[in-house]
Design a protein around this ligand. Structure first.
Ligand code: MRU
Length: 367
């Protein structure tokens, strides 16, 4: 997507230096900083400390990390060590393990002399595939928005609520939840987006709002507690969120607070859609609540908030009393029964084992 006049992906290889570069998301929207990732520790820190975040982008970053490691030392031992270290950085988004497995399964059978080149090529392909996957999610999701728009008065916007940032910054490009929005705008359908701020890290306020602003999409930033009220008053036509891991039977794990939005949507008859690239499906897991590991992050993310001070510097401020500990589960699980549909790159399906198996027959039944 464009930043100013320039098209950016969220991760790329610099043509001149050959180095992997990312947008360091810790500073947005206040500062736009691009940094190089060079060592294995750089990549691991970038994922763990959320310089990059969002399930698909975490996977793409891990793929590039393996490619860089193979240039340095293409041995089996190094491949396994890198796999372990990177896989331990964040536990919930399955795209991380998916990308690491893709890389290791490709590289293991190859002679060491061929690994660096093959790894580099596959990392670039994973990024390109992510872009195309998200574009197709937009193509399919657009049809849902088009149907809702057709039931509204001419010119009246379709009101879409989204949670966290499942935008282009969370992927390589397009975003998952935002791709249908971009496609709707291109198709001339008026939309308006309710952007949940998404405490504690405020990905909605910092990142989704920045994306909406940059693309000129009408939106309002709302506190996380406002969604239910807006739904009760008919101000939300649909919800679209992303996901970090969706089980084979359609339970959806996503940023903490997603479940509460799904409950409110269900109670108010508001359709609740999940934008789901296929690498985010964990075919080995059925019951999301029992089986998906939920990342527990530092309590300081709850007791402190980052923002820009009057003098322009970006800083943390404490919002709770000294000594009060923060509790910080980073994700929750929305049971499949609360999900209206899954928007995948192959089309839209019911959130159920049958629905997913219908779109991905080659993967159904995997363990
Ligand atoms: O903790 P984050 O910012 O990595 O969480 C991101 C989300 O929860 C997104 O909704 C999810 O990864 C889908 S991104 C297309």
């Amino acid at each position: 997507m464009k930043v100013g006049d320039k098209h950016y992906r969220s991760i790329w290889v610099n043509d001149e230096t050959g180095r992997v570069q990312i947008i360091d998301q810790r500073w947005l929207p206040h500062e736009f900083r691009v940094v190089d990732l060079v060592t294995r520790a750089d990549f691991a820190d970038a994922i763990r400390d959320m310089w990059v975040r969002g399930a698909p982008l975490i996977g793409a970053t891990a793929a590039h990390a393996i490619a860089e490691e193979m240039k340095r030392d293409p041995s089996d031992a190094n491949l396994d060590e890198a796999w372990e270290e990177l896989n331990a950085t964040r536990p919930t988004a399955i795209n991380l393990r998916w990308a690491l497995d893709e890389m290791r399964n490709l590289l293991r059978p190859l002679p060491e002399s061929e690994r660096a080149e093959a790894a580099h090529r596959r990392a670039l392909e994973i990024c390109d595939e992510d872009v195309e996957t998200n574009r197709m999610i937009g193509v399919h999701g657009l049809e849902i928005i088009r149907e809702i728009a057709a039931r509204k008065k001419p010119g009246e916007p379709v009101n879409i609520l989204t949670h966290c940032n499942a935008g282009w910054l969370a992927t390589v490009d397009w975003g998952t939840a935002t791709s249908p929005m971009y496609h709707a705008v291109e198709a001339g359908i008026p939309i308006h987006v309710w952007v949940d701020e998404t405490r504690p890290r405020n990905q909605g306020a910092l990142l989704t709002a920045w994306e909406m602003n940059s693309h000129g999409i009408p939106h309002h930033l709302i506190v996380d507690n406002a969604g239910g009220h807006l739904m009760q008053h008919g101000a939300v036509d649909m919800v679209i969120v992303g996901t970090d891991r969706t089980t084979a039977r359609g339970d959806v794990c996503n940023k903490i607070g997603t479940y509460l939005k799904a409950l409110a949507a269900h109670d108010n008859g508001v359709p609740f859609y999940v934008a789901l690239p296929s690498p985010t499906i964990d075919w080995t897991v059925q019951d999301g609540i029992a089986e998906i590991p939920i990342e527990e992050r530092d309590g300081r993310e709850v007791t402190h908030v980052q923002g820009r001070l009057a003098d322009g510097t970006v800083s943390d401020v404490q919002i709770s009393p000294d000594g009060t500990p923060g509790g910080n589960p980073a994700f929750d699980v929305t049971p499949a029964r609360l999900v209206t549909g899954l928007i995948t790159e192959r089309g839209i399906c019911e959130a159920s084992a049958e629905g997913l198996a219908g779109l991905f027959p080659e993967r159904a039944g995997a363990s």
